[in-house]
Write a protein that binds this ligand. Sequence first.
Ligand SMILES: O=C(O)CCC(=O)C(=O)O
Length: 351
Amino acid sequence: MYGSDSIPDDPDRTAFRKTEKYKLYYDSTSKSVRKKKLPRPVDLLEVIDFKSVSETFARTGELRCGVTKVENRFDKPVFGLDECPGFYFIPAALRIEEECRWIKESLVSFPQPPNRTNHNAVYGGIHNLFNAAKNKQVLVKEDSVADDATFHNHKWASSEELDSSVNGDNCKPVPAAVLLRKLRWSTLGLQFDWSKRSYNVSLPHNKIPDALCQLAKKMAAPAMAVGEEFQPEAAIVNYFGSGDMLGGHLDDMEADWSKPIVSMSLGCKAIFLLGGKSRNDEPLAMFLRSGDIVLMSGEARERFHGVPRIFTDTEHAEIGYLEKQLSDEDDICYLEYIKTSRININIRQVF
Ligand SMILES: O=C(O)CCC(=O)C(=O)O
């Protein structure tokens, strides 16, 4: 699932996997271990850039071959692809203030129980992870269950408060900063059970926050039938660090595929691959920037898709403008995180 050092040369790799050439590979030509490994340059010429599509369209009214402008009552241009009905791209759909708001919510409130995260399996629900990381705290086992080898009963402690007698070898204190870096997903609304690959409606959950619901309804409009309104019931928040990727997959657990998945990008720029109904269909690659929104509905829902690469270097991440917006002392912690990360919030109607 994550970045590796060399490109495997397997003739049986599917067309989808081959396009994962965009993955982060490091040049390992240097013999010296001390020499910093550099990311291998990758040819980005074939990657569709909807920012430039949008700018060219605004300037000249022209569109690149294969791209269409979708008529809608939306206040931003919405683009589609001739060969992919049901796929919509809304470049710079979010205002900068909205980007910052959803970055903060994704880090502070979305991973809060009863929402589940990838940490649940080992630690149970963890409260206040982001603040604990900001305050350099560590997760320790609660005294009352010191003989229990799991971390399901835990509390935050400062390093000064650490009592080594409570935490045996099995349960070393874990820095919140490490847990934050290892946060891969959180789920909002109806909770998804990854082990069963289905929604488990009996798991405790909160409704999707109202502001996110309203935003998703508005953004979903270009993909909805006239007179119908999108009903956000669940969302998955994906957190990507440098070298992380999301392999080719289908989102097929919702009942009605005519309803779109509303997918919002925040933070560092990424490459998104939109494949076909088989892994053997060669995918199209496109850039996803902070503030872009993608809708996948109808036929597009049957297509494999994935994210092989995020760009965390200053030149390619394209989030310099967030530095100004998050320059207050209270916001620096968000900036530090997002400078080398990407967050994706994808919102779904389940039934
Ligand atoms: O990160 C993205 O843009 C895509 C996320 C996605 O495909 C998923 O969560 O199923």
